[in-house]
Design a protein around this ligand. Structure first.
Ligand code: NDP
Length: 449
């Protein structure tokens, strides 16, 4: 019989042949499978039951046309996707992304990661992801509404509270979820609050869902720092992005006494020597929907950069919260040279494969996204629980549950790392192994489906 590594390589070869050109998907699967050799050696039954071959193949992929008409009456057509990847632990659950870079490969990479992230939360949720190559930037509110209605018209036959429950991601926030929920309700003729999460607070949403990914990321990083006897008090932190995850990471960092000094969007990045003014950032991004350059105009201590990397700033902790592949090997080496102690991913796959290798070969604490940014989906699952019980839990209650879930995820990572590689701080292997084992056990119990 071949070794575990040879078996993994053969599964990856098959994946590349069956999914040609889907580089992000290949990278995500390679990142997970490459760390699973010790797991397969300790559980030969996973190989006998072809768990790897099954887990890399989505249960269903839906690809649909999204036609819409702009304010000038011009017709446009975008592509809609939903990948229902794995339902071993519960109904498919994962966000919708609206961004011009969305493709089958991006959605499959995100859906694959989501399986193990959701497993780590300990909730009964399977993995899925969806979205469109629609670009929301510069669109009017009416154009966003018409697009969301058309998108939901294509998606609605495939979702439901026991089947598949989408949420937000890049380009999809409370406004878009509202328009999609309205269209779903109209199409099916009933108010099914459990079909989407990230809803408004007045109609089935959960307190803390907006803040959950950022708050959870900082809680996970706090747990990592604690293993080295450190906390956030007085630490300088670089955050990238200026969307949902970045803003609420900054909010939590400030509450713990840290000093966040940067943020970014696709037009550039800002360094604020006095620490980020959160009220101003929220006003610009959440109210005015402006650019990061607007912040610099109103804040003398801030500088705008467009031709260098945000990761050149010397900091104690780095939290990439924008998008995939925003931090490469060279950035990782610069961060390490400048003395970074911990890097944790708010975004999905923000660190490229070389960057991950660089962090893994160093003694920097490196928290991969599937563990570090699981707070958002965890609170989505709490929103589903509140919807099915027709309850609304208090802010403190949801915040405490989120904090406890992030602590549990951290513990699972440390224990699995210890079990499979003999040390506690390999969070890549720890998160992949802990999530994978939970899914694999459920798949075996449910037979060859
Ligand atoms: P938002 O749309 O709210 O914000 C995204 C931010 O990233 C914006 O500031 C955006 O700038 C910036 N950005 C996007 N693409 C690029 C790019 N190519 N270069 C530079 N900046 C870019 O999204 P979220 O905050 O929700 O998501 C951010 C990341 O976190 C994503 O990877 C997402 O998958 C991940 N995530 C989100 C969760 C959630 O609950 N929302 C849960 C778990 C993970 P601009 O406006 O200029 O495009």
């Amino acid at each position: 019989m071949s070794t575990a590594n040879e078996y993994i390589e053969s599964v990856l070869d098959g994946l590349r042949v069956r999914n040609p050109g889907e580089l992000e998907f290949h990278e995500a699967v390679t990142g997970v499978l490459d760390s699973l050799a010790p797991v397969l050696e300790q559980h030969p039954v996973y190989r006998d039951a072809a768990i790897l071959e099954r887990v890399v193949e989505p249960e269903r992929v839906v690809h649909f046309r999204v036609p819409w008409v702009d304010d000038e009456g011009k017709h446009h057509v975008n592509r809609g996707f939903r990948v229902q990847f794995n339902s071993a632990l519960g109904p498919y659950k994962g966000g919708l992304r609206f961004h011009p870079t969305v493709s089958a490969s991006i959605i499959k990479f995100l859906g694959f990661e989501q399986i193990f992230k959701n497993a780590l939360t300990g909730q009964q949720i399977g993995g899925g992801k969806g979205g469109s190559d629609f670009d929301p930037h510069g669109k009017s509110d009416n154009e966003i509404m018409r697009f969301c209605q058309s998108f939901m018209t294509g998606l609605y036959p495939f979702i439901g509270s026991k089947r598949d429950i989408p949420a937000g991601d890049i380009g999809v926030g409370g406004r878009e979820i509202g328009y999609m929920f309205g269209q779903y309700k109209r199409l099916v003729g009933s108010f099914e609050s459990g079909v989407l999460t990230g809803k408004g607070l007045g109609w089935g949403g959960s307190l803390i869902r907006t803040e959950a990914t950022g708050y959870g990321l900082v809680a996970f990083t706090r747990e990592m720092l604690q293993t080295r006897g450190e906390d956030f008090e007085g630490q300088t932190v670089s955050v990238s992005g200026s969307g949902n995850v970045a803003i609420y990471s900054i909010e939590k960092l400030l509450s713990l006494g840290a000093k966040p000094v940067s943020f970014s969007d696709s037009s550039g990045w800002v360094y604020d020597s006095e620490g980020v003014d959160l009220d101003l950032l929220k006003e610009i991004k959440e109210v005015r929907r402006g650019r990061v350059s607007d912040y610099v105009k109103e804040r003398p201590s801030a500088e705008l950069h467009t031709d260098s990397s945000i990761w050149n700033v010397p900091v104690d902790v780095a939290l990439p919260c924008a998008t995939q592949h925003e931090l490469n090997g060279e950035h990782a080496r610069t961060l390490i040279k400048n003395g970074v102690k911990a890097v944790a991913e708010g975004a999905n796959m923000p660190t490229d494969a070389e960057g991950v290798e660089v962090f893994e070969a160093s003694d920097v604490l490196y928290g991969p996204g599937k563990a570090a940014n699981a707070g958002g989906v965890a609170v989505s699952a709490l929103e589903m629980q509140q919807n099915s019980a027709r309850q609304s839990w208090s802010r403190e209650d949801v915040a405490d549950r989120l904090d406890k879930i992030m602590e549990d995820i951290h513990t699972q990572c440390v224990e699995a790392s210890q079990k499979y590689v003999g040390r506690p701080d390999d969070y890549v292997t720890g998160s992949n192994a802990a999530g994978f084992v939970r899914v694999a056990e459920a798949m075996i119990s449910q037979g060859a489906v």
